[in-house]
Design a protein around this ligand. Sequence first.
Ligand code: GTP
Length: 301
Amino acid sequence: MINAEQMSAVLAALPDPVFLLSRSGKYVAIYGGKDERYYHDGSNLIGKSIRDLIEADKANWFIDTIARALDSKALLIEEYELSNKDVKGLPDEGPSEPIWFEARITPLDFRVEDEDVVLWVASNISQRHKLESQLRKQSDTDLLTGLYNRRRLERELNYHFSAFKRHGNCVSLLMFDLDHLKTLNDSLGHHAGDQAICTVAQTLKKTLRQTDIACRFGGDEFVVILPHIKMQQATHTAQRIRSAVEEAFADVSNSPHNMITISVGVTEVLASDVSCSQALKRADAAMYEAKHQGRNAVITQ
Ligand SMILES: Nc1nc2c(ncn2[C@@H]2O[C@H](COP(=O)(O)OP(=O)(O)OP(=O)(O)O)[C@@H](O)[C@H]2O)c(=O)[nH]1
């Protein structure tokens, strides 16, 4: 058996900080979390209240979370970001960047000063969180162009289609394909073809607004989602992109490069569409019509 002194040494040695928090958000006790590489020393907080130390929105979240754990009478797991600058009274010693925490919150079956209390274990998961964000970004990004890939496009399309159905937020789609890429590949090699695809992607990024969503659909095909844009304005945007791409390749004289243009199909999501793929098919058909009409063109459907 260990004695009380040894028990305090054990609590002090806990690698992650463990907070005893009351329902009203008072720091009743704090144990462990002494390694300054991972945590700031919270011993100054004891006896103070979350509401007095943390700005209102974040403080409300902490108090709500404590209440949820107490009311559910079960272990609650939550993730949140917090910097020592967010909590008045924490020392500078410790990580300089904001920390991502995983909190495991257990309701306790005793009261302190007439209040329910929880045990809040806060583990620094910043490294894991960073890795997860990088993986999420990688899985959404097209390697060649840095634009969103088809997987992300599907997600964005579904989201904007639902927003249209639920709230009537209009949304237009552009689909385009490079003209004569095969000729460029065949005469100057696949690398030159890749570069042409990248030039188109960069031109697209420069031409679009921040809220527009540009994706490489696959091969030499691209899709752009234009949230809150009606067909007529989408057609203007399509013409702007078409002409910017033409210009981007125009000054490479006497080369298969200056054959590179784009054929664009434009559509708007309609009330009669039962899924976003119906709208996408319309944009695809319009794009093929633009090819059929001689390329370097914009067709609306
Ligand atoms: N370099 C390169 N070429 C690609 C890539 N993806 C697709 N292509 C080529 O792009 C061409 C696409 O076919 P098409 O669209 O029929 O060829 P195109 O010459 O652009 O013909 P039009 O679209 O009718 O003007 C094929 O030759 C593919 O091999 C890529 O990532 N890099």
